[in-house]
Design a protein around this ligand. Structure first.
Ligand code: 13P
Ligand code: SF4
Length: 331
């Protein structure tokens, strides 16, 4: 079978698992390819440490979208999940956007299928639609303003008080925003499978063990976790809080990939990952299985063969761009 055919077949699986020469140094090769192709590697804080360490930029969803909007690179390799790469493509229709593994999805994005969301929107034609960036291009095209957890409060507050709001798809972030802004929003019933896993009982037990520890949580977590948190913020918000706080111990309720950056910027602080609900403490439920599909090997192969590529149909991209640009203007 020739290489072209093998690549085509593998892409149907979502990623290239072609054999890699054992004698090459993966990081040297990634560096060579990124230079040769004028590529930029953007990585989310939930990526494995070795990917964060080779990225040109590591950030939260908003920071990554902002970097994608201003990059001069010809190729964007997105070490994150599909909706992030798709957002980068919508912002850069003429650039090549690579996602090392197309199966790197998101349970939150999947919780809002286009047809159901469109029907819901039709039932409330006068509502302003605010959607979390964790959505497909189809949902963004049905949205008035996109937001991330960093700017959601600001975006909700920018909407005139006499307007009613639909917030999708994260019910936990939505409920948190209702409390913060006092706006009575209609919430879509979606959730992140990772952030819903934290155990209240185990966190309370940790708080007894570490009475001075601050509990910090991402707003995708359930309300009973947010209710007892000392600080709630996006991934970059949590990082800043740990760096600037006088406290020395933190229980961290977000995907565990963040601990790599947190330990780097606050090396003298004690970071305790918030535990999941499983009974025998054996699951890796606080690791996002989609984020963790990316590997250095897949990044090398994606840069080498310039595949898998994320594409968005032109008309759809034009519609989705409007709601993303509104967010960027307001951020
Ligand atoms: P932020 O990086 O915006 O905090 O979002 C976290 C997340 O769940 C991304 O998928
Ligand atoms: Fe989606 Fe949750 Fe994974 Fe973020 S952590 S990509 S919201 S499933």
């Amino acid at each position: 079978m020739n290489l072209e055919k093998a690549i085509k077949d593998l892409l149907e699986k979502g990623f290239l698992d072609l054999p890699i020469d054992k004698n090459i140094n993966l990081i040297d090769e990634i560096n060579r390819l990124r230079k040769e192709k004028n590529a930029v590697i953007l990585a989310h804080y939930y990526q494995v440490p070795e990917i964060q360490d080779i990225a040109d930029f590591v950030g939260d969803s908003l920071g990554l979208a902002q970097q994608a909007a201003k990059t001069k690179a010809d190729v964007i390799l997105f070490a994150g999940v599909h909706f992030m790469a798709e957002t980068a493509k919508i912002l850069n229709p003429d650039k090549k956007v690579l996602l090392p593994d197309l199966l790197a999805g998101c349970s939150l994005a999947e919780s809002a299928p286009k047809d159901k969301f469109e029907a819901f929107k039709k039932q409330h034609p006068n509502h302003v639609v605010v959607s979390y960036v964790n959505t497909s291009a189809e949902i963004k095209a049905l949205t008035d303003i996109v937001c991330t957890s960093s700017n959601a409060e600001k975006i909700i507050n920018s909407i005139p008080k006499d307007k009613e709001i639909i917030f999708a798809p994260d019910r936990n972030l939505g409920a948190y925003l209702i409390k913060k802004t006092g706006r009575d929003m209609l919430l879509w019933d979606g959730a992140c499978e990772v952030h819903e896993e934290f155990s209240l009982e185990k966190i309370k037990a940790l708080q007894k063990e570490y009475p001075n520890a601050k509990l910090i949580a991402h707003p995708e977590s359930r309300d009973y976790i947010l209710d007892i948190a000392d600080f709630i913020g996006s991934t970059s918000g949590l990082l800043k809080y740990v760096q600037n706080s006088d406290a020395t111990e933190f229980i961290v309720a977000t995907e565990s990939g963040i601990l790599h950056k947190m330990a780097k910027i606050a090396p003298d602080k004690t970071l305790i990952p918030a535990p999941p609900m499983d009974d025998d403490n054996s699951c890796a439920c606080t690791e996002c299985p989609y984020m963790k599909r990316n590997t250095l090997e897949k990044i090398y192969l994606a840069l080498k063969y310039e595949k898998p590529e994320v594409t968005v149909e032109k008309e759809l991209a034009k519609k989705a761009l409007v709601s993303i640009e509104r967010m960027l203007e307001l951020s």
